[in-house]
Design a protein around this ligand. Structure first.
Ligand code: ZN
Length: 455
Protein backbone atom coordinates (compact mmCIF):
# COMPACT_ATOMS: atom_id res chain seq x y z
CA UNK A 1 0.00 0.00 0.00
CA UNK A 2 1.34 3.41 -1.00
CA UNK A 3 1.09 6.52 1.18
CA UNK A 4 1.68 9.98 -0.29
CA UNK A 5 2.54 12.94 1.93
CA UNK A 6 2.03 15.91 -0.32
CA UNK A 7 2.62 19.68 -0.35
CA UNK A 8 4.99 19.69 2.60
CA UNK A 9 8.29 21.52 2.99
CA UNK A 10 10.62 18.53 2.97
CA UNK A 11 13.86 19.08 4.88
CA UNK A 12 16.46 16.32 4.76
CA UNK A 13 19.89 17.74 5.62
CA UNK A 14 21.57 14.42 4.79
CA UNK A 15 20.70 15.05 1.12
CA UNK A 16 20.89 18.86 1.39
CA UNK A 17 17.20 19.08 0.58
CA UNK A 18 14.90 21.89 1.70
CA UNK A 19 12.09 22.07 -0.87
CA UNK A 20 8.39 21.70 -1.46
CA UNK A 21 8.18 18.04 -2.41
CA UNK A 22 5.92 15.03 -2.07
CA UNK A 23 7.04 11.94 -0.14
CA UNK A 24 5.94 8.50 -1.29
CA UNK A 25 6.10 5.64 1.22
CA UNK A 26 5.57 1.93 0.67
CA UNK A 27 6.04 -1.08 2.98
CA UNK A 28 7.56 1.04 5.74
CA UNK A 29 10.25 2.51 3.46
CA UNK A 30 10.76 5.73 1.56
CA UNK A 31 10.01 5.05 -2.11
CA UNK A 32 10.86 8.53 -3.38
CA UNK A 33 10.79 12.29 -2.93
CA UNK A 34 9.14 13.81 -5.97
CA UNK A 35 7.73 16.97 -7.49
CA UNK A 36 5.07 14.81 -9.17
CA UNK A 37 1.86 13.54 -7.61
CA UNK A 38 1.93 9.75 -7.98
CA UNK A 39 -1.23 7.82 -7.15
CA UNK A 40 -1.45 6.29 -3.68
CA UNK A 41 -4.02 4.50 -1.51
CA UNK A 42 -3.52 7.02 1.33
CA UNK A 43 -2.80 10.72 0.96
CA UNK A 44 -1.86 13.18 3.69
CA UNK A 45 -1.89 16.89 2.96
CA UNK A 46 1.13 18.47 4.66
CA UNK A 47 0.52 21.99 3.35
CA UNK A 48 2.12 24.46 5.79
CA UNK A 49 4.04 21.68 7.53
CA UNK A 50 7.67 20.65 7.57
CA UNK A 51 8.24 16.98 6.74
CA UNK A 52 11.52 15.77 8.21
CA UNK A 53 13.18 12.51 9.22
CA UNK A 54 12.13 11.41 12.72
CA UNK A 55 14.28 12.94 15.44
CA UNK A 56 17.04 10.85 17.00
CA UNK A 57 17.75 11.28 20.71
CA UNK A 58 21.28 10.22 21.66
CA UNK A 59 20.72 10.67 25.38
CA UNK A 60 17.73 8.74 26.68
CA UNK A 61 16.96 6.54 29.66
CA UNK A 62 14.73 3.50 29.36
CA UNK A 63 11.72 3.16 31.67
CA UNK A 64 12.28 0.93 34.70
CA UNK A 65 10.27 -2.17 35.49
CA UNK A 66 8.15 -1.43 38.53
CA UNK A 67 6.58 -4.51 40.11
CA UNK A 68 7.34 -6.41 36.90
CA UNK A 69 5.46 -3.90 34.74
CA UNK A 70 7.31 -1.67 32.29
CA UNK A 71 4.64 0.89 31.40
CA UNK A 72 2.06 1.01 34.18
CA UNK A 73 1.42 4.68 33.32
CA UNK A 74 2.11 4.85 29.57
CA UNK A 75 1.05 8.49 29.28
CA UNK A 76 3.92 9.50 31.56
CA UNK A 77 6.57 7.00 30.45
CA UNK A 78 9.95 8.37 29.29
CA UNK A 79 9.80 6.78 25.87
CA UNK A 80 6.15 7.80 25.32
CA UNK A 81 7.11 11.41 26.04
CA UNK A 82 9.93 11.09 23.50
CA UNK A 83 7.55 9.82 20.84
CA UNK A 84 5.06 12.67 21.39
CA UNK A 85 7.82 15.20 20.74
CA UNK A 86 8.82 13.65 17.42
CA UNK A 87 11.61 11.30 18.48
CA UNK A 88 11.43 8.05 16.52
CA UNK A 89 14.78 6.57 17.60
CA UNK A 90 16.65 6.87 20.87
CA UNK A 91 19.86 5.69 22.46
CA UNK A 92 18.98 4.54 25.99
CA UNK A 93 21.07 3.23 28.87
CA UNK A 94 23.03 6.45 29.39
CA UNK A 95 24.97 7.71 32.44
CA UNK A 96 26.05 4.20 33.43
CA UNK A 97 22.48 3.23 34.24
CA UNK A 98 20.45 0.27 33.04
CA UNK A 99 17.19 -0.85 34.59
CA UNK A 100 17.82 -4.57 34.24
CA UNK A 101 19.86 -6.37 31.59
CA UNK A 102 20.06 -4.15 28.48
CA UNK A 103 20.10 -7.17 26.15
CA UNK A 104 16.90 -8.51 27.71
CA UNK A 105 15.36 -5.07 27.17
CA UNK A 106 16.22 -5.32 23.46
CA UNK A 107 14.63 -8.80 23.43
CA UNK A 108 11.52 -7.38 25.13
CA UNK A 109 11.21 -4.70 22.42
CA UNK A 110 11.70 -7.35 19.75
CA UNK A 111 8.74 -9.23 21.25
CA UNK A 112 6.40 -6.41 22.31
CA UNK A 113 7.45 -3.39 20.25
CA UNK A 114 8.09 -0.04 21.90
CA UNK A 115 7.05 3.61 21.61
CA UNK A 116 10.24 4.37 19.63
CA UNK A 117 13.14 2.47 18.06
CA UNK A 118 15.75 1.82 20.70
CA UNK A 119 19.51 1.30 20.58
CA UNK A 120 21.09 0.42 23.92
CA UNK A 121 24.24 1.29 25.77
CA UNK A 122 25.52 -1.18 28.34
CA UNK A 123 25.42 0.90 31.54
CA UNK A 124 28.76 0.40 33.25
CA UNK A 125 27.40 0.99 36.76
CA UNK A 126 24.78 -1.70 36.32
CA UNK A 127 27.39 -4.27 35.27
CA UNK A 128 29.78 -3.16 38.01
CA UNK A 129 27.14 -3.65 40.66
CA UNK A 130 26.19 -7.01 39.20
CA UNK A 131 29.75 -8.35 39.51
CA UNK A 132 31.24 -6.53 42.50
CA UNK A 133 30.20 -5.83 46.07
CA UNK A 134 32.19 -2.57 46.00
CA UNK A 135 30.09 0.53 46.62
CA UNK A 136 30.07 3.67 44.48
CA UNK A 137 32.98 5.21 46.36
CA UNK A 138 35.24 2.13 46.41
CA UNK A 139 37.51 0.73 43.74
CA UNK A 140 37.10 -2.83 42.52
CA UNK A 141 39.80 -5.49 42.33
CA UNK A 142 41.78 -6.34 39.21
CA UNK A 143 39.99 -9.69 38.95
CA UNK A 144 36.64 -7.93 39.16
CA UNK A 145 37.62 -5.46 36.43
CA UNK A 146 38.33 -8.46 34.19
CA UNK A 147 35.04 -10.10 35.07
CA UNK A 148 33.03 -6.89 34.46
CA UNK A 149 34.80 -6.54 31.11
CA UNK A 150 33.90 -10.09 30.13
CA UNK A 151 30.23 -9.59 30.98
CA UNK A 152 30.03 -6.23 29.20
CA UNK A 153 31.77 -7.60 26.13
CA UNK A 154 29.08 -10.28 25.91
CA UNK A 155 26.39 -7.55 26.01
CA UNK A 156 28.21 -5.67 23.24
CA UNK A 157 28.33 -8.83 21.16
CA UNK A 158 24.58 -9.26 21.74
CA UNK A 159 23.89 -5.87 20.19
CA UNK A 160 24.53 -3.02 22.63
CA UNK A 161 26.10 -0.17 20.67
CA UNK A 162 28.61 0.75 23.35
CA UNK A 163 29.19 1.43 27.04
CA UNK A 164 27.92 4.36 29.08
CA UNK A 165 29.61 5.70 32.20
CA UNK A 166 28.29 7.72 35.13
CA UNK A 167 31.66 8.71 36.52
CA UNK A 168 30.31 11.51 38.70
CA UNK A 169 27.92 9.03 40.33
CA UNK A 170 30.57 6.37 40.89
CA UNK A 171 33.74 8.12 42.04
CA UNK A 172 35.21 4.70 42.90
CA UNK A 173 35.93 4.04 39.21
CA UNK A 174 39.63 4.81 38.95
CA UNK A 175 41.73 5.46 35.88
CA UNK A 176 42.76 1.84 35.47
CA UNK A 177 39.17 0.61 35.65
CA UNK A 178 38.02 3.24 33.14
CA UNK A 179 40.80 2.53 30.62
CA UNK A 180 40.31 -1.19 30.89
CA UNK A 181 36.54 -1.06 30.36
CA UNK A 182 36.76 1.38 27.42
CA UNK A 183 39.09 -1.15 25.75
CA UNK A 184 36.11 -3.57 25.57
CA UNK A 185 34.72 -1.35 22.76
CA UNK A 186 37.94 -1.30 20.81
CA UNK A 187 37.92 -3.02 17.43
CA UNK A 188 34.24 -3.93 17.78
CA UNK A 189 32.74 -0.82 16.15
CA UNK A 190 31.33 0.30 19.52
CA UNK A 191 31.25 3.72 21.20
CA UNK A 192 31.38 5.14 24.70
CA UNK A 193 29.16 7.80 26.25
CA UNK A 194 30.16 9.50 29.45
CA UNK A 195 28.57 11.51 32.17
CA UNK A 196 32.00 12.85 33.13
CA UNK A 197 33.55 12.77 36.60
CA UNK A 198 32.90 16.35 37.64
CA UNK A 199 31.09 19.53 36.66
CA UNK A 200 31.89 23.25 36.71
CA UNK A 201 35.58 24.13 37.29
CA UNK A 202 36.61 20.50 37.02
CA UNK A 203 34.53 19.77 33.87
CA UNK A 204 37.27 20.40 31.27
CA UNK A 205 39.77 18.05 32.93
CA UNK A 206 36.98 15.51 33.51
CA UNK A 207 36.11 15.66 29.79
CA UNK A 208 39.78 15.28 28.91
CA UNK A 209 39.90 12.09 30.99
CA UNK A 210 37.27 10.34 28.85
CA UNK A 211 38.61 11.74 25.58
CA UNK A 212 42.04 10.36 26.52
CA UNK A 213 40.49 6.96 27.24
CA UNK A 214 38.66 7.06 23.88
CA UNK A 215 41.87 8.05 22.13
CA UNK A 216 43.80 5.19 23.68
CA UNK A 217 41.14 2.65 22.64
CA UNK A 218 40.41 4.36 19.31
CA UNK A 219 36.65 4.46 19.90
CA UNK A 220 34.09 7.26 19.36
CA UNK A 221 33.04 9.14 22.50
CA UNK A 222 29.90 11.08 23.35
CA UNK A 223 30.19 13.59 26.18
CA UNK A 224 26.81 13.65 27.88
CA UNK A 225 24.61 16.65 28.72
CA UNK A 226 27.41 19.21 28.58
CA UNK A 227 25.05 21.94 29.79
CA UNK A 228 24.74 20.40 33.22
CA UNK A 229 28.49 19.78 33.29
CA UNK A 230 29.93 23.08 32.05
CA UNK A 231 27.28 25.85 31.86
CA UNK A 232 28.72 27.41 35.01
CA UNK A 233 31.36 29.46 33.18
CA UNK A 234 33.38 26.62 31.57
CA UNK A 235 31.49 25.92 28.31
CA UNK A 236 33.86 27.76 26.03
CA UNK A 237 36.87 26.03 27.53
CA UNK A 238 35.19 22.62 27.24
CA UNK A 239 34.24 23.16 23.58
CA UNK A 240 37.76 24.32 22.74
CA UNK A 241 39.08 21.13 24.30
CA UNK A 242 36.65 19.08 22.20
CA UNK A 243 37.99 20.84 19.10
CA UNK A 244 41.54 20.05 20.12
CA UNK A 245 40.82 16.34 20.54
CA UNK A 246 38.88 16.26 17.26
CA UNK A 247 41.86 17.83 15.52
CA UNK A 248 43.92 15.10 17.10
CA UNK A 249 41.74 12.43 15.48
CA UNK A 250 39.41 11.60 18.37
CA UNK A 251 35.82 11.07 17.20
CA UNK A 252 34.09 13.12 19.90
CA UNK A 253 30.64 14.71 19.96
CA UNK A 254 28.50 16.12 22.76
CA UNK A 255 24.84 16.29 23.66
CA UNK A 256 22.99 18.96 25.56
CA UNK A 257 19.40 19.54 26.67
CA UNK A 258 18.02 23.03 26.09
CA UNK A 259 17.37 24.06 29.70
CA UNK A 260 19.33 25.99 32.31
CA UNK A 261 18.42 23.52 35.05
CA UNK A 262 19.78 20.02 35.73
CA UNK A 263 18.08 17.06 37.40
CA UNK A 264 19.37 14.29 39.62
CA UNK A 265 18.33 12.20 42.62
CA UNK A 266 18.74 13.96 45.95
CA UNK A 267 20.87 11.11 47.31
CA UNK A 268 23.29 11.02 44.37
CA UNK A 269 27.02 11.68 44.71
CA UNK A 270 27.07 15.07 42.90
CA UNK A 271 25.20 16.53 45.88
CA UNK A 272 28.03 15.51 48.23
CA UNK A 273 29.56 18.93 47.51
CA UNK A 274 27.02 21.65 46.68
CA UNK A 275 29.69 24.34 46.44
CA UNK A 276 31.47 22.49 43.64
CA UNK A 277 28.18 22.62 41.67
CA UNK A 278 27.73 26.35 42.30
CA UNK A 279 24.51 25.30 44.02
CA UNK A 280 22.79 26.64 47.11
CA UNK A 281 19.83 24.99 48.85
CA UNK A 282 17.34 27.44 47.37
CA UNK A 283 18.43 26.52 43.82
CA UNK A 284 17.24 22.95 44.39
CA UNK A 285 13.60 22.09 43.70
CA UNK A 286 12.13 18.78 44.87
CA UNK A 287 10.17 16.86 42.21
CA UNK A 288 8.60 14.23 44.49
CA UNK A 289 7.09 13.75 47.92
CA UNK A 290 5.48 16.24 50.29
CA UNK A 291 7.84 19.03 49.20
CA UNK A 292 7.14 18.54 45.48
CA UNK A 293 7.47 21.89 43.68
CA UNK A 294 9.23 23.56 46.61
CA UNK A 295 12.78 24.85 46.86
CA UNK A 296 14.99 23.35 49.55
CA UNK A 297 16.24 24.76 52.80
CA UNK A 298 19.25 23.19 54.51
CA UNK A 299 16.87 21.28 56.81
CA UNK A 300 14.61 19.97 54.02
CA UNK A 301 17.59 19.02 51.85
CA UNK A 302 19.30 17.04 54.58
CA UNK A 303 16.11 15.34 55.79
CA UNK A 304 14.96 14.29 52.29
CA UNK A 305 18.45 13.18 51.26
CA UNK A 306 18.41 10.80 54.17
CA UNK A 307 14.78 9.66 54.02
CA UNK A 308 14.24 9.49 50.23
CA UNK A 309 17.62 9.39 48.44
CA UNK A 310 15.94 8.33 45.18
CA UNK A 311 13.64 11.38 44.98
CA UNK A 312 14.35 13.47 41.92
CA UNK A 313 15.31 17.12 42.17
CA UNK A 314 15.90 19.94 39.72
CA UNK A 315 18.77 22.39 40.17
CA UNK A 316 18.02 25.83 38.71
CA UNK A 317 21.60 26.95 38.50
CA UNK A 318 23.07 26.94 34.98
CA UNK A 319 23.79 29.88 32.64
CA UNK A 320 21.36 30.02 29.73
CA UNK A 321 23.83 31.82 27.48
CA UNK A 322 26.23 28.90 27.77
CA UNK A 323 23.52 26.49 26.58
CA UNK A 324 23.18 28.62 23.44
CA UNK A 325 26.97 28.66 23.13
CA UNK A 326 26.97 24.85 23.24
CA UNK A 327 24.46 24.63 20.38
CA UNK A 328 26.53 26.96 18.24
CA UNK A 329 29.18 24.24 18.17
CA UNK A 330 28.73 21.98 15.09
CA UNK A 331 29.30 18.77 17.06
CA UNK A 332 26.63 19.28 19.69
CA UNK A 333 23.33 17.46 19.32
CA UNK A 334 20.18 17.49 21.46
CA UNK A 335 19.89 14.74 24.05
CA UNK A 336 16.70 14.83 26.10
CA UNK A 337 18.13 13.04 29.17
CA UNK A 338 14.52 11.95 29.77
CA UNK A 339 14.42 10.64 33.31
CA UNK A 340 11.03 10.60 34.95
CA UNK A 341 10.18 8.93 38.21
CA UNK A 342 6.49 8.00 38.34
CA UNK A 343 5.87 10.88 35.91
CA UNK A 344 7.75 13.37 38.10
CA UNK A 345 10.99 15.11 37.20
CA UNK A 346 12.44 17.51 34.67
CA UNK A 347 10.31 18.75 31.71
CA UNK A 348 13.15 18.00 29.27
CA UNK A 349 11.67 14.48 28.90
CA UNK A 350 8.58 15.87 27.16
CA UNK A 351 9.89 19.20 25.89
CA UNK A 352 13.53 19.11 24.82
CA UNK A 353 13.13 18.70 21.05
CA UNK A 354 10.18 21.10 20.44
CA UNK A 355 11.85 23.65 22.72
CA UNK A 356 15.04 23.36 20.67
CA UNK A 357 13.21 23.65 17.32
CA UNK A 358 10.72 26.31 18.41
CA UNK A 359 12.98 28.60 20.38
CA UNK A 360 16.48 27.67 21.51
CA UNK A 361 17.95 26.80 18.09
CA UNK A 362 17.06 30.20 16.63
CA UNK A 363 18.21 31.97 19.80
CA UNK A 364 21.51 30.13 19.29
CA UNK A 365 21.74 31.42 15.72
CA UNK A 366 20.83 28.15 13.98
CA UNK A 367 18.50 27.95 11.00
CA UNK A 368 15.71 25.38 11.00
CA UNK A 369 17.71 23.39 8.47
CA UNK A 370 20.82 23.37 10.69
CA UNK A 371 18.70 22.53 13.74
CA UNK A 372 17.26 19.52 11.90
CA UNK A 373 20.75 18.46 10.84
CA UNK A 374 21.68 18.31 14.52
CA UNK A 375 18.76 16.04 15.48
CA UNK A 376 18.57 13.80 12.40
CA UNK A 377 21.71 13.53 10.25
CA UNK A 378 24.31 14.01 12.97
CA UNK A 379 22.95 11.51 15.53
CA UNK A 380 22.28 8.92 12.76
CA UNK A 381 25.94 9.23 11.76
CA UNK A 382 26.99 8.78 15.39
CA UNK A 383 25.05 5.52 15.58
CA UNK A 384 26.15 4.35 12.15
CA UNK A 385 22.52 4.22 11.02
CA UNK A 386 22.26 4.53 7.26
CA UNK A 387 18.53 3.84 7.03
CA UNK A 388 17.44 6.34 9.67
CA UNK A 389 17.79 10.09 10.04
CA UNK A 390 17.34 10.61 6.29
CA UNK A 391 14.68 10.38 3.57
CA UNK A 392 16.68 8.63 0.88
CA UNK A 393 15.06 5.99 -1.29
CA UNK A 394 14.96 2.77 0.76
CA UNK A 395 15.38 4.49 4.14
CA UNK A 396 13.01 3.57 6.97
CA UNK A 397 9.87 5.70 6.78
CA UNK A 398 10.29 7.35 10.19
CA UNK A 399 9.00 10.91 9.80
CA UNK A 400 7.75 13.94 11.65
CA UNK A 401 5.21 16.41 10.26
CA UNK A 402 5.28 19.65 12.22
CA UNK A 403 4.23 23.27 11.95
CA UNK A 404 7.43 25.34 12.13
CA UNK A 405 5.52 28.39 13.40
CA UNK A 406 3.67 26.50 16.12
CA UNK A 407 6.14 23.95 17.42
CA UNK A 408 7.01 24.56 21.06
CA UNK A 409 7.35 22.72 24.36
CA UNK A 410 4.50 22.88 26.87
CA UNK A 411 6.05 20.73 29.63
CA UNK A 412 6.90 22.77 32.73
CA UNK A 413 8.61 22.11 36.03
CA UNK A 414 5.19 21.69 37.66
CA UNK A 415 3.72 19.67 34.76
CA UNK A 416 6.75 17.88 33.31
CA UNK A 417 4.91 15.47 30.98
CA UNK A 418 2.64 17.92 29.14
CA UNK A 419 2.87 17.19 25.38
CA UNK A 420 4.24 19.86 23.05
CA UNK A 421 2.36 21.91 20.45
CA UNK A 422 2.81 21.92 16.71
CA UNK A 423 3.56 18.27 16.00
CA UNK A 424 0.90 17.11 13.60
CA UNK A 425 1.98 13.53 12.98
CA UNK A 426 4.80 11.14 13.86
CA UNK A 427 5.29 8.12 11.60
CA UNK A 428 7.38 5.04 12.38
CA UNK A 429 8.05 2.40 9.72
CA UNK A 430 5.38 4.00 7.52
CA UNK A 431 2.62 3.79 10.13
CA UNK A 432 1.11 6.62 12.20
CA UNK A 433 2.38 6.55 15.80
CA UNK A 434 1.16 10.00 16.91
CA UNK A 435 -1.72 12.03 15.48
CA UNK A 436 -2.38 15.57 16.77
CA UNK A 437 -0.44 14.95 19.98
CA UNK A 438 -2.07 11.61 20.80
CA UNK A 439 -0.25 8.28 20.61
CA UNK A 440 -2.26 6.04 18.30
CA UNK A 441 0.28 3.19 18.16
CA UNK A 442 2.92 2.78 20.85
CA UNK A 443 4.37 -0.50 19.59
CA UNK A 444 5.99 0.43 16.30
CA UNK A 445 9.52 0.81 17.70
CA UNK A 446 12.07 -1.97 17.09
CA UNK A 447 15.37 -2.81 18.77
CA UNK A 448 18.45 -1.54 16.93
CA UNK A 449 21.23 -3.99 17.63
CA UNK A 450 24.62 -2.88 16.46
CA UNK A 451 25.37 -6.29 14.97
CA UNK A 452 22.20 -5.89 12.88
CA UNK A 453 23.01 -2.45 11.58
CA UNK A 454 23.88 -2.06 7.97
CA UNK A 455 27.07 -0.08 8.41
ZN1 ZN B 1 23.92 11.87 33.32
Amino acid sequence: MKHLIKNGRVIDPSQRIDARLNVLIENGKILCLTGDTPSAEITTDADGLVVSPGFIDLHAHEDPLIGGIRYSDPERANLACLLRMGVTTCLAGNCGDNFGDPVLFLDEIQRDGCFVNVAMLAGYTWFREKISKADRYTSVSEAEIKEIGKTITAALDEGCVGISFGLEYVPGINREELLSSVQCCSGRGKMIAAHIRACAEKAPSAAAEVMEAAKAAEVPVQISHIGSMAAYGQMEQLLRLVDRYRADGVNVCCDCYPYAAFSTAIGSAPYDDLNAMHCSYKDIELCEGVYRGQRCTKEIFEAERKAHPDYLTVGHVMNEEEIRLAYRHPNVTVGSDCFLSRGNGHPRAAGAFPRFLGRVASESGLSLYEALFRITTLPAQRLGLTEKGNLRRGADADLVLFDPDQIIDCATFSEPTRPPKGIKEVIIAGKPAVLDGTIVNGRLGRPLRKNNLTS
